[in-house]
Design a protein around this ligand. Sequence first.
Ligand code: ADP
Ligand code: MG
Ligand code: MG
Length: 476
Amino acid sequence: MAQGLLDEVMMNTALVEELADVAKDEALLQGVLMRIQETPNSSELVTYAPFTLFPSPVPKAVFLQALAVQTHYNTLVDKISQDTDFLQEALASTIEVDDFTARLFRIHQQILKEGRSQPVVLGLNRSDYMLDQRGDKPSSLKQIEINTIAASFGGLSSRTADLHRHILKVAGRMEESQRVPDNNPAAGLARAVAKAWELYGSERAVVMFLVEEIQRNIFDQRYIESELWKRNIPTIRKRFDDVCKSGCLDQSKRLSVDGKEVAVVYFRNGYMPQNYVSEQCWDARLMMERSLAIKCPDIGTHLAGTKKVQQVLARPGVLEKFLPDQPRVVEQIRATFAGLYTLDMGPDGDKTVAMALAAPDQFVLKPQREGGGNNIYGSEICQVLEGVKDSTERTAYILMDKINPVPVQNYLLRRDAPLRMSSCLSELGVFGAYVKRGGDVLMNECVGHLLRTKSSEHSDGGVAAGVAVLDNPLLV
Ligand code: ADP
Ligand code: MG
Ligand code: MG
């Protein structure tokens, strides 16, 4: 267990209980909100979004390293998204066995055949990291994954820095309160969306948030909506079903939904198979992709965020191909890669299988899924691999080195959960935003961060999955 700056405060149970009460009220005051599970589609009853009582220590150098590499990740994702040969080759084995990725890929193929109708690209992503600790060496920043679709918590995390600062001040820790860095991803994400909307060039056209059936985390998105309305940019929230029923393209492929022309489709849904409850949802996705609307993300960018692509990028020479003559940038990106291994049929994949079976606790087995709770760990890796190792089914997965952060103590505040100290692990996310028109890069920025922390009993799962909670770095 790491020795924390706040150990003394954390051990003082009476103070902790008092602080927890203060913290919950302050979270509500700041708007760190979520709807309650019982009524996820109504704002009559809301609660605080789950969060840690204290910020968690993150070495400043590593934090700055993560921020500094983000614009390069933006560039890389964009280049991958436009490289159809690369995507085809990287995903060839995956789409033979993974139906979801295959369907996305087919949409991509169809768009290529028809030709892209919209030269403007709007990318909002979040690159996630954990700090790997091996022996006495300093902790090193390792990428868990990059989310190129529906990356969440840019809204709520814009309000949690003040929340943690407040708690620290009430705890009498003024000095520490200044070590919580400023953060406002909502503003940066909205700035990029606003730029794309302007480039679309119609004042009447709207930004459409494509939202889920169940919307507990609506406030996270509302922050971005509010920022857009402040700029007099109209937004609407629609589900797949609404697009199926009232969406259409005109002769110039302009998309309208509910009678309103759509300038930007911002996907906060559509990233997992369960989101497509019927064939009509897939038709709707295709229609949106074909349209003149600016898609965030477009289908190529969605595919660029798959775990298979992440694994292929880690092969020798691949980064160099995307970033020729930029050895320093390549080095900066590669420094954040953990070991990633193919399960394609052939000797390399066979080697991966043998390696995983010999030491399953050192790896994570990942299918092409998003949203938390899909990965396979420990002895279950052996069970799954024993079942698929001799068939092409294994190519639905990739294998990754397991990152081992040092646990730190904290209290996780969650409605209806008892207050107790837990041993916790954190994951640092960095938000990237970029806008391009044709070959011109009009914006490419790192717009903020997100720290999520979970009890170390859990190996997987995000905030939405009910495992992790919102946190902030305490720079040390
Ligand atoms: P998803 O797209 O579902 O969020 P992730 O790759 O982010 O998939 O994995 C989900 C969670 O599993 C992460 O938030 C992290 O807690 C854990 N995890 C993923 N990869 C690793 C890894 N290589 N080492 C340790 N934990 C991991
Ligand atoms: Mg993900
Ligand atoms: Mg993740």
